[in-house]
Design a protein around this ligand. Structure first.
Ligand SMILES: Nc1ncnc2c1ncn2[C@@H]1O[C@H](COP(=O)(O)OP(=O)(O)OP(=O)(O)O)[C@@H](O)[C@H]1O
Ligand SMILES: [Mg+2]
Length: 292
């Protein structure tokens, strides 16, 4: 093999590596209780049904949302990887339909202030996720806490869930404002998308988007993409009570149909995120940049 061929192979491998990088999508909101975890688990179901491999990272530390909504009790969580030396394969729990998730557990203290060695371990271990998933969904906590900000600044794609309640709209704006003022935020490298949840009609959702996008683009120079609505649907409440995603137990419900539409939109629109920001490795490296 001559040197040029060698080089070509290296470049080819590098390109393949970029292509295999999983999409990392953070799901967030300004106000709590507006539907982040519902959106995370139901998009996970829809992506899975489209043939994608999905892993959810429950980053709403201490609240254990995903495991409760899946009705599955994880044996280990993220803190077992960081503190007790567990392997990534051990801390992944299997939910319905082969969807995998990592419970945040109550490892928050360690995640907010990890030491260098822990961060390196986390980044290296988590990069193994890349080969296991096409999509990694991160369910963040609500609001402007510094942990949420770190996760969002690093995320190439962010879905902000907003409802028509006035406090949800103002809190969404406050969250995006805090994000835009963060030193590490690079508008050109990220894609912010909005879902209007708990609305009655398509036009109510569209109005909500236009209202928020107008102020966000004018004052924060952020251009949000609109993903669509999830209607107010009592089947979601029933599904939460039964600890199963609505998309699995009520696939014909209005909300399930909209989750399907939104999942297709996300996949069809693809992503043009720069390679260095793609994948979980790039993601975590930027989350913990100052500790590396
Ligand atoms: N479209 C909807 N129609 C009806 N009820 C909904 C809808 N979306 C969410 N809910 C209800 O709102 C509750 C809160 O939703 P969810 O737990 O997904 O919000 P969250 O943003 O993850 O909350 P938290 O901030 O506490 O993590 C759910 O238990 C569900 O009953
Ligand atoms: Mg939640």
């Amino acid at each position: 093999m001559d040197q040029a061929e060698n080089l070509r192979n290296i470049i080819k491998k590098q390109n393949q590596k970029d292509l295999s990088n999983a999409r990392v999508i953070a799901v967030t909101s300004g106000k709590g209780g507006v539907g982040k975890s519902s959106v995370s688990i139901n998009l996970a179901v829809q992506f899975t049904q489209m043939g994608k491999k999905v892993i959810i990272l429950d980053a709403d530390f201490g609240l254990a949302n995903i495991e409760v909504m899946f009705g599955v009790i994880p044996k280990y969580n993220l803190s077992d990887l960081m503190v007790s030396g567990r392997e990534i394969s051990e801390i992944i729990t299997e939910g319905p339909e082969g969807i995998k998730f990592i419970s945040g557990g109550s490892g928050i203290a360690k995640l907010v202030n990890p030491d260098k060695e822990q961060v390196k371990r986390l980044v290296n271990k988590m990069s193994e996720l890349e080969n296991m998933a096409d999509v990694i969904i991160i369910d963040t906590g609500a609001g402007i806490s510094s942990t949420v900000m770190e996760f969002l600044v690093a995320s190439p794609e962010t879905i902000i869930v907003t409802t028509p309640e006035p406090t949800s709209i103002t809190d969404s704006y406050a969250l995006l404002k805090a994000l835009s003022m963060n030193d590490n935020f690079r508008r050109e490298d990220v894609s912010i998308k909005m879902i209007a949840n708990r609305v009655s009609t398509e036009s109510e959702g569209r109005n909500l988007y236009e209202k928020l996008n107008m102020v966000v683009s004018k004052f924060l120079d952020i251009d949000m993409t609109y993903l669509g609505i999830i209607p107010m649907d009592n089947n979601i409440v029933k599904a939460v009570m039964k600890q199963k995603p609505v998309s699995i137990i009520y696939p014909a419900s209005a909300s399930s149909k909209h989750f399907e539409e939104i999942a297709e939109k996300i996949m069809n629109e693809g992503t043009d995120i720069p390679p260095q920001k793609r994948g979980i490795r790039g993601y975590l490296k930027s989350v913990f940049a100052k500790n590396l």
